[in-house]
Design a protein around this ligand. Structure first.
Ligand SMILES: [Zn+2]
Ligand SMILES: [Zn+2]
Length: 187
């Protein structure tokens, strides 16, 4: 994966959201040391929630963790490394917004880096991630609100896919692009 220093200006895939500049966090790569240490216990679960409910910039490529041994095709070896349920692989990003409005852009692998490799992200990023979400996930989904920051999403496209309606929407504040599937309404 491409390496970026923590808190450097985010430029990866930037052309897609020039109106929402962000700074990098957690773009680790082999050959570049990174800070380690204890982090608040809520950080990993909160990162997991953002990865599950608000991934953005989903790319076609997969990034493998460069600090883990290759595990492809050998589940027993993966299990021995404790990797069975947290594949050290990412293909998207998450966003967080600090109290000062700073947007942070992190690869989804950041959860693995923190949980397994004891990566300690910048304190301002940790604060941003741990800021209580203004809405529960289900409420945010129903009201078209951003799960990360609570802002009203801008509708972009809506089209049918089989018997579902696929909505794409973006958050103007933190720059997250959402894809949501809703069952087709009858009548
Ligand atoms: Zn790893
Ligand atoms: Zn947002």
């Amino acid at each position: 994966m491409t390496w970026y220093a923590d808190l450097s200006p985010y430029t990866y895939l930037r052309g897609q959201r020039p109106e929402a500049p962000a700074v990098n966090v957690g773009w680790l790569a082999h050959g570049h040391s990174f800070p380690t240490g204890d982090v608040p216990a809520e950080l990993v679960p909160r990162l997991a929630g953002l990865i599950e409910h608000a991934p953005t910039q989903v790319t076609r490529g997969l990034h493998d963790c460069e600090f883990c041994p290759p595990v492809t095709g050998d589940p027993r070896r993966a299990a021995r490394w404790g990797l069975d349920d947290s594949m050290p692989r990412g293909n998207a990003e998450i966003r967080a917004v600090g109290v000062d409005g700073t947007r942070y852009a992190a690869p989804t692998l950041i959860r693995h880096y923190v949980a397994v490799h004891r990566y300690a992200p910048p304190p301002a990023f940790i604060d941003a991630v741990l800021r209580p979400s203004p809405h529960e996930w289900h409420h945010a989904l129903a009201q078209d609100l951003c799960f990360v920051c609570g802002d009203v999403l801008e509708r972009r496209e809506q089209y049918r896919s089989g018997d579902e309606t696929l909505l794409t929407a973006a958050c103007p504040r933190c720059g997250v692009d959402y894809e949501r599937r809703k069952p087709q309404r009858v009548g």
